[in-house]
Design a protein. Structure first.
Ligand code: PMP
Length: 360
C-alpha cells in the first residue's frame, strides 16, 4: 500500500514545503540581504579566540545570561528585557506559538517578510493582511489601526523587507495608544537606517511593545543564527518558558558575545554599506525602464520588464544572484538587490543596464 503522510500530519501543516532559496553558487551573491563586506579583522579575531576557548562537552547556558547581559548593556536595559533565539526566525515562531492560536489574530502589512505568514499559519494564528499602498508601499494607517483593535498582535517592519521603507514613529505610537494588541516592531535592518529610527528606547514605558533585532545583517553573522527580542520581562519570561532550551548553542553564544562587544568595529562597514546604497541607487536611476523605491535598509527593491528572465540571465550569464519577487502579490516584476561592496555593485549595475535594455 502506498504510504501517504497527508492524513497523519497536523492539518495546519499540510502543504508546507522545505525552505529552499535555490542558491545557485554565483560569484556575486546579492540575494539574501547578508552583509557581503569582509568582517572586520578585530571582530573575527575576537570571535575565533572565544570559540577556541569554549568547551563543547557541556550544554549551553539555556538562559544565555552572559550574552543577554552584553545585549542589555548595548541597549541600556536589563537582562530581563532580552530574549535570545536561533535567529530572529526562531523568536518570530515562538511569539506566534505563544501568543497566537485560534481566535488570536496577527495583523501584518504585506508585502513584508514572508515568514510572518508562514510561521503564523504553522501556529494556527489567524492572519489579517493590511496591504500597503501599491505605488509607494506606505502603510494604510487607518486600516492598520482599525485591524489592530481586534488583534492579538500587530507586526510592523522598520525598515521593511522587501520594500525598504520605515514605519513612522507616530504610527507605532497610535498602535500603542489606540489598540490593546502586542506590538512587534521588526528592526532586523535598523542599523542601516538613520540614527533615531529604532524604538527600542520605548520599551521601558510600553510593556506591550516588542522590538526584534538580529546579528544576521549589520553584524555580519547570518551563519551564526542569533537574534534577540527586547521586551517587557513578563514577555521574556513567558517566551523563555516555551523555547527550545538549547537552541542558541555554546559556539553561537560565545561568538555573539564577542561580536556585540566589538560592535564599534562594525560602524565603518555599516557606513560604507549606506554610502554604497546611495551610490547604487543613483546608478540604478540612470537605467531606463527601471523603477526603484527609496530604501533605508541594505537592499533596494526595483521593478524591471521581464524581471524573472532578467534575474535568470543575471545568474546564468553574469554569475550575479538577486532575489526574484515577481511571484509575490503586489510585487509584479520586482527584484530585490542586496547592497554589496563597491565592486559587486558596479558589476551588478553594468549587467543590469545591458539586460534591461535587451529585455525591454
Ligand atoms: N525579520 C526580517 C524583516 C528579515 O528580513 C529577517 C531575515 N531575512 C529576519 C527577521 C530574520 O533574520 P534571522 O533569522 O537571520 O535573524
Amino acid at each position: 500500500m502506498a504510504f501517504d503522510l497527508t492524513n497523519r500530519v497536523r492539518p495546519a501543516l499540510v502543504g508546507f514545503e522545505p525552505y529552499d532559496p535555490a542558491f545557485t553558487p554565483c560569484e556575486v551573491n546579492l540575494s539574501a540581504n547578508e552583509n557581503t563586506h569582509p568582517m572586520p579583522a578585530v571582530v573575527r579575531k575576537a570571535i575565533d579566540q572565544a570559540l577556541t576557548a569554549t568547551p563543547l562537552n557541556r550544554y549551553p547556558d539555556p538562559l544565555a545570561n552572559d550574552l543577554r547581559d552584553v545585549l542589555a548593556a548595548r541597549h541600556g536595559v536589563t537582562r530581563g528585557n532580552i530574549m535570545v533565539g536561533n535567529g530572529g526566525d526562531e523568536i518570530l515562531f515562538n511569539l506566534f506559538f505563544t501568543f497566537g492560536g485560534s481566535g488570536r489574530t496577527l495583523v501584518t502589512c504585506p508585502p513584508d517578510f514572508s515568514e510572518y505568514a508562514n510561521f503564523a499559519k504553522m501556529c494556527e494564528m489567524p492572519i489579517v493582511n493590511v496591504w500597503r499602498h501599491s505605488e509607494d508601499f506606505s502603510l494604510d494607517v487607518e486600516a492598520l489601526i482599525a485591524a489592530g483593535k481586534d488583534a492579538a498582535m500587530v507586526v510592523v517592519t522598520s525598515p521593511n523587507n522587501p520594500t525598504g521603507n520605515l514605519v513612522d514613529h507616530a504610527v507605532i505610537q497610535r498602535l500603542l495608544d489606540e489598540t490593546d494588541a502586542l506590538i512587534l516592531v521588526d528592526e532586523a535592518y535598523v542599523e542601516f537606517a538613520a540614527e533615531g529610527t529604532s524604538v527600542v528606547d520605548w520599551i521601558a514605558d510600553n510593556p506591550r511593545l516588542m522590538v526584534l533585532r538580529t546579528l544576521s545583517k549589520a553584524f555580519s553573522c547570518a551563519g551564526l543564527r542569533c537574534g534577540y527580542l527586547v521586551a517587557d520581562p513578563s514577555i521574556v519570561d513567558m517566551l523563555s518558558a516555551i523555547r527550545q532550551i538549547y537552541s542558541v548553542d555554546v559556539l553561537a553564544q560565545a561568538a555573539a558575545i564577542a561580536a556585540v562587544t566589538e560592535r564599534d568595529a562594525f560602524a565603518p562597514v555599516v557606513a560604507d554599506i549606506v554610502a554604497e546604497r546611495e551610490r547604487l541607487s543613483l546608478h540604478l536611476g540612470n537605467i531606463k525602464r527601471l523603477e526603484q523605491w527609496p530604501s533605508e535598509a541594505n537592499f533596494i527593491l526595483v521593478r524591471v520588464p521581464n524581471a524573472s528572465r532578467v534575474r535568470q540571465r543575471l545568474r546564468d550569464e553574469y554569475s550575479i544572484l538577486v532575489r526574484d519577487f515577481s511571484y509575490a502579490p503586489g510585487l509584479a516584476n520586482c527584484l530585490r538587490i542586496t547592497v554589496g561592496t563597491r565592486q559587486e555593485n558596479d558589476l551588478l549595475v553594468d549587467a543590469l543596464r545591458d539586460l534591461v535594455k535587451e529585455e525591454a
